[in-house]
Design a protein around this ligand. Structure first.
Ligand SMILES: [Zn+2]
Length: 475
């Protein structure tokens, strides 16, 4: 045995509940879990490293099921804007001044932030995703679901009115599709990497290409991760293209694209009947609470999908807008927002949000055989949260475990003290074991300063509401 964690409060998520063990132990051998149980049954004799988990919660690493880390250098670059302006007038004019290396440094910042706050799996969604896999995820030892963005539209869209139909470039889509397919072979021997197809959204891709992707994904037993019904911008395009009664879900259904292989991100511009249909077809859903509330002024319908019996996960989306890549903040935000929108404080209780952020995320990404719970044989993605923190104390276990709600409602994420991924210590006693964060921070600041400065004229010309905020001395 390489690592033994002893005297700890375990949330294993085994079975239908949280799989709680009050005074437990975990053994890790190579990359997998070799023991989970009570202290009485545990023999730590042959362990190389013994970690005392007294006053800690030991649980599966969190799964961020929808994230674009590359734009983390643009954090704070577009928020408090009308949804229709966010992309074309807000973040677009700045993002176009990023170079491929900038996305790598931004991604490093985003992934480090995620790791520090207990995320061990990242469903990374971007163009040329292998750049981030090779330069960020593999060197950092983080688990990634590499999802290649596939779309057929030109990135230069800010001259278009919302009702002007995007022009499609089939070749562009086919090239990205090929890149996506190549990932499977490229990373077949990497334990930390799995792959999904990422057709960006129905307004950005032709039905023909989407059908080809569906066929290929099935043959590889892989999933498709697509942004679904993401609001006004998408709705206007779909109506313009398919007619006034059309909606994203209706068109997907008509083309037999709603199935258990599909993971729909966001899904907030959907009716109750459409959501019920998606659940019936086995479509999974991922919501991004901070991002969608900040960019769209909307609560992601995670609670609605849960009420329908759907499988859901949580993601942090991108930093510009919501700000963070911190799953503890996302858990708290979705629980708060859902209670408000459903006018019911009993919905999305803490235990359910914890399930969604761990085993739920693993299920919707097709990784639940490998990770998501603490069980013998599973790969060891484990976090330990220090309950002896000003905002998490006191911790009691009788007559109930108050630390379970406290994890969701009181934690900042930085109480995560140890992070283990695939059996390897990534963070030990709050410090990264082999990553120099100071250098990365310095590099990120330097690059962001250049990007924002270079984008000044374009950003002013685009004329978002934020330009006036600057003139008026508010930004
Ligand atoms: Zn997204």
């Amino acid at each position: 045995m390489n690592i033994a964690i002893i005297n700890t409060r375990i949330l294993s998520f085994r079975g239908n509940n949280l799989g709680i063990i009050d005074n437990g132990a975990i053994g890790i051998t190579d990359n997998h879990i070799s023991f989970v149980g009570t202290m009485e049954k545990f023999n730590k004799q042959d362990a190389d490293i013994v970690i005392n988990g007294d006053n800690h919660v030991t649980m599966p690493g969190l799964v961020n099921a929808h994230i674009h880390t590359g734009s983390t250098l643009l954090r704070g670059g577009a928020q408090d804007l009308p949804e229709i302006e966010w992309m074309n007038k807000g973040i677009g004019p700045i993002g176009r001044h990023m170079k491929p290396e900038d996305a790598i440094v931004g991604s490093k910042l985003g992934v480090l932030e995620g790791l520090k706050s207990g995320t061990t799996t990242f469903a990374e969604y971007t163009s040329n995703v292998s750049n981030l896999v090779n330069h960020v995820y593999l060197p950092f030892g983080a688990r990634v679901v590499a999802t290649e963005t596939i779309n057929e539209v030109s990135p230069k869209r800010d001259h278009l009115k919302p009702t002007d139909l995007y022009e499609f470039d089939r070749q562009k889509g086919e090239t990205a599709f090929k890149r996506a397919s190549e990932l499977f072979k490229k990373y077949q021997d990497e334990e930390l990497v799995s792959c999904m197809y990422g057709p960006q959204a129905l307004d950005m891709i032709s039905i023909e290409l989407l059908k080809s992707i569906q066929e290929e994904a099935k043959s590889r037993e892989s999933g498709i991760h697509i942004h679904v019904a993401q609001g006004q911008r998408e709705r206007l395009q779909i109506i313009e293209r398919f007619g006034k009664d059309a909606s994203t879900v209706k068109i997907l259904e008509k083309n037999e694209l709603l199935d258990e292989n599909l993971l729909g991100a966001h899904c907030h511009d959907t009716s109750e009947a459409e959501r019920a249909l998606m659940v019936k077809r086995g479509v999974k859903m991922v919501g991004c609470p901070s991002s969608i509330s900040m960019i769209d002024g909307i609560v992601p319908p995670i609670g609605h999908f849960v009420a329908l019996g759907g499988k859901v996960g949580i993601g942090s989306d991108q930093a510009p807008g919501p700000g963070l890549h911190n799953m503890f903040c996302e858990m708290r935000t979705i629980s708060n927002l859902t209670k408000v929108i459903m006018k019911d404080p009993t919905v999305l209780p803490a235990w359910e949000v914890l399930q969604i952020a761990t085993v739920g995320g693993a299920q919707i990404l097709g990784l639940d055989k490998k990770i998501g719970t603490l069980e013998v044989g599973k790969q060891a993605d484990i976090i330990m949260v220090n309950l002896n923190s000003l905002n998490l104390a006191p911790a009691v276990s009788k007559p109930f475990r108050n630390y379970i709600p406290n994890l969701v409602y009181s934690s900042t994420g930085y109480e995560v003290e140890n992070v283990i991924i695939n059996g390897k210590m990534i963070i030990e006693n709050n410090e990264f074991v082999s990553i120099n964060t100071d250098e990365i921070l310095k590099e990120a600041n330097k690059r962001a300063e250049r990007i924002f400065s270079d984008a000044t004229d374009d950003w002013i010309k685009a004329g978002s509401k934020l330009v006036k905020d600057v003139e008026d001395g508010f930004l």
